[in-house]
Write a protein that binds this ligand. Structure first.
Ligand SMILES: Nc1ncnc2c1ncn2[C@@H]1O[C@H](COP(=O)(O)OP(=O)(O)OP(=O)(O)O)[C@@H](O)[C@H]1O
Ligand SMILES: [Mg+2]
Length: 252
């Protein structure tokens, strides 16, 4: 059975009695345990909406979402979320950002800080534990966001264009770091991106969504061996195929 199961999910946003947007139209899909799945699709096709529903921050109008066979009805520490925009608390230090989740769950500050060290080490930011977000680069802020999400020991990491605001070089570095963390922590990752390049480098499986109302157009298994060569002939062929399919959707 799938780790995350999305069953016939539809979501309509209603503005007034004459205006509404069908963001997701009867979506069904499964993500296996420890799988790395990337979602790619035109702007406004419902990727963020789908991730928010899986996180429990939003609910579907129709259909259900399950995590380990249990229906998702609210957010929980089993799902960590990392967003595109740096969502750190600006008034808290790096370490205090990372321990936020554990503290909310009632863990003593001293114990939480001890734990936090592990996660700061994982993202290479131990020396910055006392720094504040404004003192960090964009890449460092996203590393803190990842450490903060991991501090709750989630089994699923939901990432919504987490590297979208970074320069190409930093982005490549963070992609590799994320793969290392994924391997080390044995987690399942659902990752939204606009970059086909990124998806082909990261994913076991790419879910290609169609233009609004969001439907799943195609699920592509990425059978390229790891560590992956970004510019191998096989990667190029796959990238080309996905880009063409995406372009068709964007032109709709
Ligand atoms: N809270 C909301 N209220 C009203 N409409 C919404 C809301 N959230 C999303 N929508 C609409 O639902 C559709 C899907 O939005 P969503 O943010 O999920 O798209 P997306 O695929 O993440 O787009 P992007 O790639 O630009 O981030 C859009 O038409 C959007 O306007
Ligand atoms: Mg989005």
């Amino acid at each position: 059975m799938g780790k995350v199961k999305v069953v016939n999910v539809s979501r309509r946003f209603i503005k007034d009695k004459d205006t509404s947007t069908l963001a997701l139209d009867n979506i069904s899909m499964e993500v296996d345990d420890k799988e790395f799945v990337c979602f790619v699709g035109p702007s406004g096709c419902g990727k963020t909406t789908l991730l928010r529903i899986i996180s429990g921050l939003d609910s579907p109008d129709e259909g259900e979402v399950y995590l380990d066979g249990i229906k998702i009805e609210s957010p929980g520490p089993d799902r960590g979320m990392v967003f595109q925009e740096y969502s750190l608390f600006p008034w808290k230090s790096v370490a205090d950002n990372v321990i936020f989740g554990p503290r909310m769950r009632g863990i003593k500050k001293k114990d939480a800080l001890e734990e936090a060290e592990k996660y700061l080490e994982l993202v290479g930011l131990q020396q910055f534990r006392h720094s504040f977000p404004y003192e960090l680069s964009g890449g460092m802020k996203q590393r803190v966001a990842i450490a903060r999400a991991l501090a709750n020991e989630p089994s699923v990491l939901l990432m919504d264009e987490p590297f979208g605001a970074l320069d190409a070089q930093t982005r490549n570095i963070l992609q590799q770091e994320l793969l290392d963390i994924w391997k080390k922590k044995h987690i399942t990752i659902l990752f939204v991106t606009h970059s086909v390049d990124e998806a082909v480098f990261l994913a076991d499986k790419i879910v290609l969504m169609s233009a609004r109302p969001g439907k799943i157009k195609e699920v592509i298994n990425v059978d390229l061996p790891r560590p992956r060569e970004r510019t191998s002939p096989e990667a190029n062929v796959l990238r080309d195929r996905i880009l063409k399919s995406l372009l068709k959707e964007q032109n709709k």
